[in-house]
Design a protein around this ligand. Structure first.
Ligand code: BES
Ligand code: ZN
Ligand code: ZN
Length: 471
């Protein structure tokens, strides 16, 4: 699909019309006959009048995006080669609806419908083309493409996407965007006492990788943001093996790390005036004679000893060491965010479409929730409390990797991570559990079956919102 801006009503194969039924003047009768009521996700093509009508029950941004996704998916089932749509809201809404709705993952299909999709020219009709709306158009394409790149990473199977491949992808992103990129192997983890992350990857034939990307704007930045991502390229649960039904889809456990790579890609393309670091722990959690075990006591980079009582609570072990690494290696951090598909409990608690935002700084959490909602990603805050904090106590080590209570699992996982945040960063840290929306096995709105690219838009929106701070 080629997306273009135009001020002229170009002659195209089809015109896309987003409508509530009440507003239809033209073609009223035929639309009625076809049962078109203007409901969400309803779509009909009238070939003779060269119009595609798509329903939209309300005119909020999300409904328009869903309508556009519905329209483009319908067009993709036809041989029409061009379409035009009049822009009546923010341009970014149109770009996102079309670009995110057009995504499909066909890497493993022998018959691809690329030729149908690639050649379509879609024109967005605007009153005038200015510097501002051209920038808005280009920036939204950058963000949408970054989301789609992350979807590709996450949808790729564990046999085709393991830690060293994740590192390779990071190197590619770095070289196209002129980012600094450092990849560390297991020797580095060993030498630097990152015993928690090392243990999780020990039974895998794929060696763990620690990825560190840095984006520095041309003019020295006043703000430094650090993003840390859980990059479990597969989570079998380890010796605390997942039941079969729960293991399916665990290729998505790299979503947090993938989102971090996507945000770095977007931030560089947007040329934001903020320094952004991306630290990803790429690891595969497997079983075998060499596997780490429930009962093991691990030593994290900061010396904290961790009693392992469940090897399926592995993400927090990897993140613990990655958070330590980030805080040791990066000076004067202003904000530190981690993205992770951390707990099933978060999905149970808030549903599969919403991310859980946690941390010590209420105001910062609220900013993150607002930015996320504005970006089109659902999110809500989950509050820490002193009582749940006590449930991570271990009798034989400093902390236990699971809570003694089965309630509040998303929060206790967040509190576990909080133990690895240095005193000076306690108020600067946000934990984002994307376990629900990162991967949903059915189409929802403009998101396809599978990976959604969760985290990217909210992360970009958060960082963009910092532009004016400290200036
Ligand atoms: N990767 C999972 C969490 C997950 C579950 C992500 C469902 C996406 C969908 C994580 O490593 C895990 O297994 N967590 C355990 C923690 C438990 C052992 C305390 C969980 O949530 O069951
Ligand atoms: Zn797990
Ligand atoms: Zn996991």
């Amino acid at each position: 699909m080629n997306l273009n801006l135009t001020t002229k009503k170009i002659e195209t194969d089809i015109e896309i019309i987003i409508t509530k039924n009440k507003k239809i003047k033209e073609n009223k009768e035929i639309l009625n006959t076809l049962g078109f009521k203007g409901e969400d996700e309803q779509c009909v093509i009238l070939p003779e009048s060269k119009k595609l009508y798509v329903g939209c029950s309300s005119d909020d941004k999300d409904s328009i995006k869903i309508a556009l996704a519905t329209a483009i998916r319908k067009l993709n089932t036809t041989n029409y080669l061009s379409a035009i749509i009049k822009c009546k809201k923010d341009l970014s809404t149109y770009v996102e609806g079309l670009e995110l709705g057009n995504y499909s993952f066909d890497r493993y299909k022998t018959k691809k419908d690329e030729d149908k999709k690639e050649d379509k020219n879609i024109y967005i009709l605007v009153d005038e083309i200015t510097k501002e709306n051209t920038k808005e158009f280009e920036d939204s394409v950058f963000v949408a493409n970054s989301v789609n790149m992350v979807r590709d990473f996450v949808n790729t199977t564990p046999d085709d996407f393991y830690p060293s491949i994740m590192a390779q992808e990071a190197v590619k992103i770095a070289s196209t965007n002129e980012l600094e990129c450092r990849i560390f192997d297991e020797d580095y983890l060993e030498e630097n006492g990152m015993g928690a992350m090392l243990a999780v990857g020990r039974a895998s034939r794929h060696k763990s990788k620690l990825i560190h990307l840095t984006y520095k704007p041309k003019k020295k930045a006043k703000i430094k943001v650090v993003l840390v991502g859980k990059g479990l390229t597969y989570d079998s649960g380890g010796l605390s093996l997942k039941p079969s039904d729960f293991m399916v889809s665990m290729k998505s456990d790299k979503s947090g790390g993938s989102a971090v790579l996507g945000i770095l890609n977007a931030v560089a393309l947007l040329d934001l005036p903020i320094e952004v670091h991306g630290v990803v722990g790429a690891v595969e959690n497997m079983i075998g004679g060499d596997a780490y075990k429930p009962d093991d006591v691990l030593v994290a980079k900061d010396g904290t000893t961790i009693e392992v009582r469940n090897t399926d609570a592995e993400g927090r072990l990897v993140l613990a060491d990655c958070l330590c690494y980030a805080q040791d290696e990066i000076e004067d951090i202003d904000y530190i965010l981690d993205f992770a598909t951390l707990t099933g409990a978060c999905v149970v608690g808030v549903g599969e479409y919403t991310s859980g935002i946690m941390g010590n700084n209420l105001e910062l959490n609220q900013k993150m929730v607002c930015d996320s909602l504005n970006s089109g990603e659902l999110a809500c805050m989950l509050p820490f409390n002193r009582y749940l904090k006590k449930t991570l106590k271990s009798e034989i080590a400093d902390i236990c990797n699971i809570s003694s209570t089965r309630y509040g699992g998303a929060i206790t996982a967040g509190i576990f991570l909080e133990n690895f945040i240095k005193e000076e960063n306690k108020q600067k840290w946000i934990h984002i559990d994307i376990a629900g929306p990162a991967f949903v096995e059915k189409q929802w709105g403009y998101n396809p079956h599978g990976a959604s690219g969760a985290g990217v838009r909210m992360g970009v929106e958060f960082i963009k919102g910092l532009e004016d701070v400290k200036r």
